[in-house]
Structures are given as C-alpha cells and as structure tokens.
Design a binder for this molecule. Structure first.
Ligand code: ATP
Ligand code: PRP
Length: 226
C-alpha cells in the first residue's frame, strides 16, 4: 500500500516577539532556517528551508486555537496561554514537550505599601485585575480567598495605580515592569515556560512527518537548559 502524500506542508503556529525569537535557535538546531523575519515582513505565512514546513504568525493567545482546529499541525505557546485556553476548549491538543523558552513566573502583585497579608486575613473581597482569569481564580480558590476578578487584556500594572484593583496577577521575569510602576510581587503562583503543542489528529495522520521534528525539538530544548 502506498503512503498517502499530503499537499499542504506541516504548519507551525508561532507568535511574533519573544516566542519567535526563542524558537529560532531550536529550529536551527533541527537544521531549519526561516525565510523571512516576521518583524520586518507583513507576511503571515513564512516558508522555511524545509519544503515540508511553513510557519504561520498569529497572536500568542490564538496559537492553541489554530492548533486545536487543525489549521496548524503544531505550535508553541506559553503555559499561561494554555491554561486559559483549556478552560474553554475540550482538548484537541497534545502537549508533549516543555521547550523551556520564554521563562517567567505568574505572580500576584500589589502597590508598594498595600498590606496584602492583612487584606487576605480580613477576608474582605479582593479586587484582582488580570488577563489570566482561570489561573487567578484557581489560585485564590485554593487559598480560600474571595476575589472579584476584573478581566484585562494588557498593561495590568496600571490597575492598582488608578484604583481599578487591589492586586494584579501577571507575568514577571526581571521584575523591571513592577519596579517601574511601584508595584511588588507578593505571591508566586507558578513558573511559566512555553510548550510545543500538536494537533491530536495530525499526530496520527502525519505521524511520520511530525516525529523527526518533535525529536529535534526535544533534543534542542534539553540542550538549551543543560
Ligand atoms: P498577545 O499579543 O496575544 O497579547 P502577549 O503580549 O502576552 O500576547 P508575548 O508578550 O509575545 O505575547 O508573550 C508570549 C509568551 O511569552 C507569554 O504567553 C508568556 O508565556 C511568555 N512571556 C510573557 N512575558 C514574558 C517575559 N517578560 N519574560 C519571559 N517570558 C514571557
Ligand atoms: C510581560 C508581562 C509584564 C512583563 C514582565 O509583558 O505582561 O508586563 O512582561 O517582564 P519583566 O518582569 O521582565 O518586566 P510584555 O513585555 O510581554 O509586554 P505586553 O504587556 O505587551 O505583553
């Protein structure tokens, strides 16, 4: 029986910026060069030196959607994004490899001088602004702290400064953004890094094409942390 050839090359969804930049060395370790720089080009579909692999450039939070629906066979997304996505989707995603890139942590932060332990002890409802409502809800529920969550899409650091919220849940890496806005981290929720995600159907139907790529990513990501 002849193996069926698929017309479309394997499609990998990536977001511009740090995920793309930190994925480039992993692709290079797998012997793959990218034909264009998405920061310079307006193209959303980018070819690679592997004729059977192309990249699509999407918003970070849209990567799991493209992969889940099979418009992309694989992609790279932060654990933060995957947690929020999983809350509303049934799970067409396979997430085999922690690539150890785009590392940071999810944390609770407040305005310098705000007495967070006292606010938590008093049991009053805390107003928390965040883009990460699922992770935040689970964190405070586990602590038994009542919170009113306010969904934001960015610039969370502003919320405590202008009275929108008592606290924020946001990603912290160097801590520079918190310091620049006179905020302090008061609680770590979880470490964050980015994972390779694969469409479950593609994993079966295009296994022979995907496996060498998954192996190369696995090796490259292990080298990256070594
Ligand atoms: P969108 O464009 O959809 O709003 P975004 O601005 O969060 O997404 P990026 O800033 O490119 O997108 O972040 C992509 C991923 O990188 C995040 O999902 C997170 O896992 C990780 N990340 C975010 N901020 C940092 C940081 N300061 N240091 C390291 N990794 C980070
Ligand atoms: C992320 C995050 C914080 C910042 C933390 O923002 O939302 O604001 O990084 O990093 P730091 O601790 O090193 O300062 P990002 O740089 O992705 O900008 P964004 O708000 O456009 O997502």
């Amino acid at each position: 029986m002849s193996t069926q050839t698929t017309a479309r090359p394997l499609t990998m969804a990536l977001s511009k910026g740090r995920i793309f930049e930190e994925t480039l060395p992993l692709l290079e370790a797998a012997g793959i060069q990218v034909s264009e720089d998405p920061e310079k080009s307006r193209k959303l579909i980018i070819g690679t030196s592997n004729p059977n692999l192309r990249l699509i450039i999407v918003r970070a939070s849209d990567v799991p959607t493209y992969v889940e629906y099979g418009a992309a066979d694989l992609g790279i997304a932060g654990k933060d994004v995957l947690i929020e996505h999983a809350a509303h989707h049934s799970g067409g995603l396979y997430s085999p490899i922690d690539l150890n890139i785009a590392r940071c942590r999810l944390a609770v932060a407040v305005k310098n001088g705000f007495d967070y332990p006292a606010a938590v002890r008093q049991g009053a409802r805390l107003r928390v602004a965040t883009k990460y409502v699922t992770a935040a809800r689970e964190h405070f529920a586990a602590k038994g702290v009542y919170v009113d969550l306010i969904k934001l899409y960015g610039s969370m650091e502003l919320a405590p400064l202008v009275g929108l919220a008592d606290a924020i849940v946001d990603l912290v890496s160097t801590g520079n953004t918190l310091r620049a806005n006179d905020l302090v981290a008061v609680e770590d929720i979880m470490p964050i890094s980015s994972r390779l995600i694969v469409n479950r159907a593609a994993l079966k139907t295009r296994h022979a094409e995907l496996q060498p790529l998954l192996d190369a990513f696995e090796v490259a990501s292990r080298k990256a942390v070594a």
